[in-house]
Design a protein. Sequence first.
Length: 316
Amino acid sequence: MKEEVILTILPHQLREVLKRENIDFQSIQEIRLRVGKPLILLYRGNEVIPEADGRPYYITKDEIREMLDYISGYSLYSYEREMSQGYITIEGGHRVGLAGQAIMENGKVKNLKYISSINVRMSHEILGCADGLLPYITFHRRLYHTLLVSPPGCGKTTLLRDLIRQISEGNEFIKGMSVGVVDERSEIAGCYRGVAQNHLGIRTDVLDGCPKAEGMIMLIRSMRPEVIAVDEIGGSEDVHAIEYAMHCGCRMLATAHADSMEELQKKPVFDRLIREKRFERYVLLGNEPQIGTIQEIYDERGSLLYQDQEEKTAIC
């Protein structure tokens, strides 16, 4: 299914190039197209530059235009809102990032034109990848306020997605709970035309394409979630909404970018959250020996609950 979806949005000649490479589409992480530059795949954690006639395959302006037609169904103007955010979500929850010249209106990006770069980021759903983490972030079938921390590309969104599914469904570690997901960039649920493409459980409600801070408050008022899940918090408005949600009795499940707890503490908004012990579990992820390796788990006091040793524990 993933192969069919991706091939239908690629230029015809590019499809043939990938077919000749015998690429396993389940292992592709990104497909990068840049005008006048070689096609680059991020494949099983490594860069691959496919060749045609014995040399790297270079991307043309016509191929970028052809691909934009396929992505938008020949109606690019109807994707103006998505393009103002720099991406379009396609069937399967895959995200197509765009770069070009920004069209500004009242100091904000209204749209993009002269697209010169496209990055297809694959949505990877790995059911069960959170199995090993649940015992550390639950107690008496109750969820601790949990923050997943890692640099980009280390599997935290994939892990977050499976945690949402398991919390929503319920299992031996946690009772089934209603989960409200604020999916600002359509990466968690991967909504396509309003329908979630990823499995998030039977008790999950998704607010798609909505800013995190506003979305958290909207969900509390409208859906009465027991758990709120958001990806990549960072602004002060996100923190205020998180504190509001916690005061309303919601359990928080979130992710953030940082290489370590030390780096996280250097960021002003997180320093206060850590000092005030808002989150009860901090899960640090890495990509060695593979993406999604749990490196460390801390509690709200900074006590180390788990540290990866000789035998790596990969969750994604």
